[in-house]
Ligand binder design. Structure first.
Ligand code: 6PG
Length: 229
């Protein structure tokens, strides 16, 4: 896991934006398309806004979601709403290439349906993930057990509201050429420390044969090394 400590959330967003654009150019040059899995929550929104301001061959971009909350499609708390506001409502990615998780159908049906959507889409070129204060990522929460062999799992009783969600499994999230965690804020220090101590945690359970990076700001890094120059 390559780690970069940057001096602010804006620096993390900018660095992530540059890495995503570079991965896209590389994937499109080699394979003619770029398959990106988007993180939810609030941290990545600043990165998505920067992406929307960038020049990219959007017609070759294919967007998937790492997780979604079981809310109505236009609910302001949906990850798809955050992404539409920050990115997809501002750039010309063809609608047929944007794949929201149909979480409004309920967790079980949506998980099954999204597995069909993912058929043929693996491996992803790049997976973006956040990290919760309790160490969760996507909607994979500590203490939750999911059936093996699934690409997409239903989630109930999530400690972070709403309780019902849909998430790509750890196995599916690791099926990528590059994995980037975006972590900012002092509230994430304990989760980062646990992860880096080598203790088993959700984030360490996501293994890729490709490149994995942790981009964090100095607030999340706590008393670690100084920010990258
Ligand atoms: C969600 C996200 C979740 C998020 C972390 C961090 O649906 O809530 O997918 O996994 O990435 O909880 O959230 P913040 O970026 O808001 O701190």
């Amino acid at each position: 896991m390559e780690q970069e400590i940057l001096d602010s959330p804006d620096s993390v967003a900018e660095r992530a934006c540059q890495l995503i654009l570079s991965a896209a150019a590389n994937a499109i040059a080699r394979r003619g398309l770029f398959r990106l899995v988007l993180a939810g929550g609030t941290t990545p929104a600043a990165c998505y806004r920067r992406l929307a301001d960038a020049a990219a061959t959007w017609q070759h971009w294919h967007l998937f979601f790492g997780d979604e909350r079981c809310l109505d499609p236009d609910d302001p708390d949906r990850n798809s709403t955050m992404v539409a506001t920050a990115l997809t409502g501002r750039v010309a990615i063809p609608g047929r290439q944007i794949h929201p998780i149909p979480a409004e159908r309920g967790a079980e049906i949506a998980a099954r349906d999204y597995e069909q959507t993912l058929a043929g889409a693996l491996p992803f070129d790049l997976v973006l993930l956040g990290l919760g204060e309790d160490g969760h990522t996507a909607s994979l929460f500590p203490g939750h057990v999911h059936p093996p062999g699934r690409l997409v799992v239903p989630v109930h009783d999530a400690p972070k509201p709403p309780p019902d969600r849909v998430s790509l499994s750890a196995a599916a999230l690791g099926e990528c050429r590059e994995l980037i965690f975006l972590v900012t804020g002092a509230g994430k220090q304990a989760a980062v420390r646990q992860w880096q101590s080598g203790q088993a945690c959700i984030a360490s359970g996501i293994q890729t044969s490709g490149t994995s990076r942790l981009l964090m700001d100095s607030a999340a890094a706590g008393s670690q090394a100084t920010p990258a120059d």
